[in-house]
Write a protein that binds this ligand. Structure first.
Ligand code: SF4
Length: 82
């Protein structure tokens, strides 16, 4: 057995078997965050979302939270301006 390969349970990504809308609809933010919290890629995924201007929940971080942290999604505009 090759010990460098992760076991199947370690490679499970909850989003792979979940409706993508869960990660893009604000009404499901808590569900998406819960799924990400159970994912072994959470930190890596959060960094990816920040670095690539992604929309939706990535690594347990929503678009709004990413913007507030200084990593706004592509096309993000300051919603406090009129
Ligand atoms: S952390 Fe990333 S890869 Fe893991 S479930 Fe969340 S969105 Fe999917």
């Amino acid at each position: 057995m090759n010990k460098t390969l992760p076991r199947q349970e370690e490679t499970f990504m909850p989003c792979a078997t979940t409706d993508p809308e869960v990660f893009h609809d604000k009404n499901y933010n808590d569900i998406a965050k819960g799924l990400c919290a159970a994912c072994f890629l959470e930190e890596t995924c959060r960094s990816w979302g920040r670095a690539n201007g992604e929309w939706g929940t990535w690594g347990g971080e929503t678009s709004e939270e990413r913007a507030a942290a200084g990593f706004p999604p592509d096309g993000w505009r300051d919603r406090t301006r009129s």
